[in-house]
Ligand binder design. Structure first.
Ligand code: GLN
Length: 497
C-alpha cells in the first residue's frame, strides 16, 4: 500500500474519494507515525487516539451514507494548542492553562469539523505564542526534524515540525509576528498568515488582538490553499472579521503563470545580518522568478527599519492587557488558595507560578509602556510607526503585485543558542513583523538548503490586504519550478527519523 504519511492532503483526498483507503486507515497511519517519532520530535502536547479514531470513523460512516463530502474530508490535521477545542486540553504551552478544558470550540475548529477534517491532536508552542523557537513552552522544546538538536522555529514550532516529520499533512498555526512563517521557513514547509480578519479569531487565545491571525500550514502550496479555503470566511463572532467573499486560493495555486506579475524585492528586508546561504538561495529564487516571466524590481520601505521596535511595544502592551484575565480566579491554575492568603496574594502567587520568564518579561514591558506618563511616548509612538509601515506597503503595492524577501535571517539555530538573549531571539522575525503591523498577508515556502549547513531556507511572499490569492499564484508557480529542478520535495532530503 502507498506510504500514507508521505502523501499530500490532495493525494489523500483523492485516495479517500476513490475508496482506496478509509479515514480510519489514514488516521491510524499518522497516529502510528506520531507514536514512533514524537518522543524525539515533541511536536505534540496532546494526542487522543480514541477521540481521533472515533472522528475518523464518523467521517467514513458519513461517506458510506452517500453524503456530499468536502475535499479535505478524512484528511488529518495538527492543531496549535492556542485554539480552543471543546473538552480537549488547550494549554497555550503554559502551566497557567495546564488543566483547562474549553467549554466551546474556536470557529476554526468548527470549520474544520464542518469540512470533516480529522484533528490528530494539539501541537507544542512557545508559551502564549511568545517566542521564535518553541523553547519557551512550559512543556519542553520541540525538535526540528532536520536536526533534532535545532529549533523548529516558533511560536508554532510544533505545527511546522509535525508536517516536516510526516506526522500530519496539514496543520493550523497562528501568526502575530511570524509564528506561522518563520517555523515554515526553518522546517522546509509552507505556511500562510492570511490578511488580518480573513480567518476568525473567535476561540484563539489572544496574544495581541490587533495582530493575531490563524492560518494554514502544509507541505505544499496547493495543500495550504485547500486548508486556507476551509478555515477562511466571515464570522459574526469576531468583530474584526472581514465580511467579503473568499477568493479561490486553490485556483490561484494552480495557475502557474507569472507573466506580467510585478514582484518587488524589499531592500530593507534582505540585506544586513542575513546568513550568506540564505541570501544565496534567495538570489537564485529571484533569478528563477525573472526566468518565469515575472518583472522583478527593487523597492524601498524605509519605515520597516523601525518595525521591530514598534512591534515590541505594541505586542507587550496588548499582551499585558489580554493576559490580565489569568488571575487564578476564572481560568486554569490557582496557587496559594489555602485560606492563609488574600485575594491579591492568590493572584500574585498564581501569576508567579503560572507564567514563564518570557511572558513575565513582556507583561512588565507592556504594563510600563501603557502606564500614565509613558503611554504617548511609547505606545503612541509605536502606533505612529505602524501607520508609516502601512504607508510604505501601500506605496510599494502601487507598483508591485507582490513583495518578496527571505522569511528568516538564518536557518534553524541550535536549541539553547539564543535562549538567554531576548534581542537575538526577537531579530528572527525582522522580515515577518511588518506584515502583521500592516494587516496584510504573507506566505513562506521552501526554496532550497543553505550550502553551509544543509538546512532549509524560506522565501517570503507578501501581498496586499485581501490579496491572499496572489500569494498562492506567486508561491505555486515558484514551487512548481523548484520541484521541476529538484525532481523531488525538499523534505525528501531531510535525514530519516
Ligand atoms: N516571535 C514573535 C514573538 O515572539 C512572533 C510571535 C507570534 O507570531 N505569535 O512575538
Amino acid at each position: 500500500m502507498t506510504d500514507l504519511i508521505k502523501q499530500t492532503a490532495r493525494q489523500l483526498s483523492d485516495l479517500l474519494r476513490a475508496g482506496d483507503v478509509s479515514a480510519h486507515e489514514v488516521a491510524v497511519a499518522h497516529l502510528d507515525r506520531i507514536a514512533a517519532v514524537d518522543e524525539r520530535v515533541h511536536a505534540f502536547l496532546h494526542v487522543d487516539r480514541e477521540y481521533t479514531l472515533a472522528r475518523a470513523d464518523q467521517v467514513d460512516a458519513k461517506r458510506a451514507s452517500g453524503a456530499a463530502m468536502g475535499v479535505l474530508a478524512g484528511v488529518p490535521l495538527a492543531l496549535k494548542d492556542v485554539l480552543a477545542m471543546k473538552g480537549q486540553p488547550t494549554t497555550c504551552g503554559s502551566r497557567m492553562l495546564e488543566h483547562w478544558r474549553p467549554p466551546y470550540n474556536a470557529t476554526v475548529v468548527e470549520r474544520l469539523h464542518a469540512a470533516d477534517v480529522v484533528i490528530l491532536g494539539k501541537t507544542n508552542m512557545d508559551e502564549f505564542a511568545m517566542g521564535s523557537s518553541t523553547e519557551f513552552s512550559a512543556y519542553g522544546p520541540t525538535h526540528n526534524p532536520w536536526d533534532l538538536d535545532r529549533i523548529p522555529g516558533g511560536s508554532g514550532g510544533g505545527s511546522a515540525a509535525s508536517l516536516a516529520a510526516f506526522e500530519a499533512p496539514l496543520a493550523i498555526g497562528t501568526d502575530t509576528g511570524g509564528s506561522i512563517r518563520q517555523p515554515a521557513a526553518v522546517t522546509g514547509t509552507v505556511g500562510v498568515k492570511p490578511t488580518y480578519g480573513a480567518v476568525s479569531r473567535y476561540g484563539l487565545v489572544a496574544l495581541a488582538s490587533s495582530l493575531d491571525q490563524a492560518g494554514p500550514c502544509a507541505r505544499t502550496v496547493e495543500d495550504t490553499a485547500l486548508l486556507h479555503m476551509a478555515i477562511a470566511g466571515y464570522d459574526p463572532k469576531d468583530s474584526t472579521s472581514i465580511n467579503q467573499p473568499v477568493a479561490d486560493m486553490v485556483a490561484a495555486a494552480q495557475r502557474r503563470d507569472l507573466r506580467g506579475m510585478r514582484i518587488g524585492l524589499v531592500k530593507e528586508l534582505s540585506g544586513q545580518g542575513f546568513q550568506a546561504g540564505v541570501r544565496q538561495r534567495f538570489e537564485e529564487a529571484v533569478a528563477l522568478y525573472t526566468s518565469l516571466g515575472a518583472d522583478v524590481v527593487e523597492v524601498s520601505c524605509p519605515s520597516f527599519d523601525y518595525a521591530l521596535a514598534a512591534y515590541y511595544l505594541i505586542l507587550p502592551s496588548e499582551a499585558s492587557s489580554n493576559l490580565a484575565k489569568f488571575d487564578g480566579m476564572r481560568y486554569g491554575l490557582r496557587s496559594g488558595d489555602d485560606g492563609e492568603h488574600s485575594v491579591e496574594q492568590v493572584m500574585g502567587l498564581t501569576r508567579a507560578a503560572g507564567f514563564g520568564p518570557e511572558v513575565i518579561r513582556r507583561i512588565m514591558i507592556g504594563t510600563y509602556a501603557l502606564s500614565s506618563g509613558y503611554y504617548d511616548a511609547y505606545y503612541g509612538s509605536a502606533q505612529k510607526v505602524r501607520t508609516l509601515i502601512q504607508r510604505d506597503f501601500n506605496a510599494a503595492f502601487t507598483t508591485c503585485d507582490v513583495l518578496i524577501s527571505p522569511t528568516a535571517p538564518t536557518t534553524a539555530f541550535k536549541i539553547g543558542e539564543k535562549l538567554d538573549d531576548p534581542l537575538a531571539m526577537y531579530l528572527n522575525d525582522i522580515a515577518t513583523i511588518p506584515v502583521n503591523l500592516a494587516g496584510n498577508c504573507g506566505m513562506s515556502l521552501p526554496i532550497g538548503l543553505a550550502p553551509e549547513d544543509g538546512l532549509p531556507v524560506g522565501l517570503q511572499i507578501i501581498a496586499p490586504i485581501n490579496g491572499d490569492d496572489r500569494l498562492y499564484q506567486a508561491g505555486g508557480a515558484l514551487e512548481a519550478a523548484l520541484h521541476a529542478q529538484w525532481g523531488h520535495h525538499i523534505l525528501e532530503e531531510a535525514p530519516a527519523l
